[in-house]
Design a protein around this ligand. Structure first.
Ligand code: AMP
Length: 395
């Protein structure tokens, strides 16, 4: 059965087509700069990558081209072969604790949740509507970034603010990157061959979040009401004292939107290093002993270690710690710094294994006598979407 996994952003649309249940990727690609000048798309098939320019005024035009290309590349003969289309949707609020078949009610609910994710939900829905129009017979499924974290208890998702803020305005911790946390915690449970286990998942990418998972259920996570909370990120500050905001507004005359933009786009690793939000650029500067780049790394590592320590205690000990996403999968240097700081808990890094574990490799990076094994698990959010979509169709 052919299933399409779709991730529609405000100006991009990524897709992967899977043959299910074999979980084999048939074709994948990305449409970029949708609605902007110089839009283009890339298609990857059979190990070859092709880039093409195209005028992409909106998501619908991208979907139109995508469908034509699936036929051109001989992946499908007719649209009827696409049985399911799974969509990544960033915010499901507290309405969805798992993936769902999309109908009018789901579209309305997700649209109404846009005030919680103004940049993401409208783009996700625009993608959904385009596919419904172009492939009306396929079953559309919504896979929410927030869903995996819906198992958190009130004592972990509530903020210590007046109850009315939660009851009337939905102010609470939601958590994000749920598809990745779910994929990695499931995968490590298979590797350990343990259904009942305590896991800490460190999703360290441009955005980053850490979650505490017990027996496959999330009990706590570092992102909050928005993806801005938690650890230091590429260009986001992560946790800060909220009083900084009114203080800086009074001191500089900046508006709340200007401050919001700085905390989102000019803070984190970029703000401290003054080099880049990209860890590769920062590591290049560290190799020539750039002090600000070194400081950015320290702040990042401190914030990650702080959450690991907190979740180690919350879980009452752990069976494994997993690293995933761009930085977690590819930076032995960052993992080394983090695991060294956890030596007080009995963690022992295997330097050689750590250095070799990158670029898509999966495996253990600690010594056999480490109190807790640490693993690198390359994440696969698209596969998670395809699995959920397939499961809902088969039901
Ligand atoms: P993601 O958001 O998961 O795509 O992760 C993107 C981030 O991963 C980039 O911004 C880089 O900082 C980081 N990254 C990717 N490859 C490497 C690498 N080889 N070494 C260090 N960091 C990397």
């Amino acid at each position: 059965m052919k299933i399409l996994a779709v991730n529609a952003g405000s100006s991009s649309l990524k897709f992967q087509m899977f043959e299910m249940p074999e979980e084999q990727v048939i074709i994948k690609g990305t449409f970029e700069r949708i609605g902007l000048n110089d839009s283009f798309y890339t298609i990857n098939i059979d190990g070859a990558k092709e880039k093409k320019e195209a005028l992409l005024a909106n998501h619908e035009e991208a979907v139109n081209i995508l469908i034509k290309e699936l036929v051109n590349y001989g992946v499908i003969k007719s649209l009827a072969e696409i049985k399911g289309i799974g969509h990544r949707i960033v915010h499901g609020g507290d309405k969805y604790s798992s993936s769902v078949v999309i109908d009018d009610e789901v579209i309305n609910t997700v649209t109404n949740l846009s005030s919680l994710a103004p940049l993401h939900n409208p783009a996700n829905i625009s993608g959904v509507k385009s596919f419904i129009k172009m492939v009306p017979d396929a079953i559309e499924v919504g896979c929410f970034d927030t869903a995996f974290h819906q198992t958190m208890d009130e004592e972990r998702f509530l903020y210590a603010v007046p109850n009315e803020w939660y009851e009337k305005y939905n102010v609470r911790k939601y958590g994000f990157h749920g598809l990745s946390h779910k994929y990695v915690s499931k995968r490590i449970s298979e590797i350990l061959d343990k259904k009942y286990c305590n896991i800490i998942v460190c999703h360290l990418g441009n955005g980053g979040s850490i979650s505490a998972v017990r027996d496959g259920h999330c009990i706590d996570t570092s992102m909050g009401f928005t993806p801005n909370a938690g650890i230091v990120m590429g260009s986001r500050s992560g946790d800060i004292d909220y009083s900084i905001i009114p203080y800086m507004m009074k001191k500089t005359g900046m508006t709340i939107d200007e401050i919001d933009k700085i905390l989102n786009k000019q803070s984190g690793m970029l703000g401290i290093s003054e080099v880049s939000s990209d860890f590769r650029d920062i590591e290049a500067k560290i190799s020539v002993k750039d002090k600000k780049a070194i400081m950015a790394h320290y702040l990042f590592v401190n914030s990650v270690v702080g959450y690991i320590a907190k979740y180690y205690v919350e879980l009452g000990g752990v069976d494994a710690i997993c690293f995933t996403a761009g930085v977690g999968e590819n930076s032995p240097h960052v993992r080394n710094m983090i695991i060294k700081r956890l030596a007080c808990l009995g963690l022992k890094l295997d330097y050689e294994a750590n250095d070799n574990m990158r670029f898509g490799k999966e495996g253990v990076i600690t010594k056999e006598d480490s109190s807790v094994p640490c693993y690198v698990i390359p994440t696969n959010e698209e596969l998670m979407i395809a699995r959920d979509t397939y499961e809902l169709i088969e039901k």
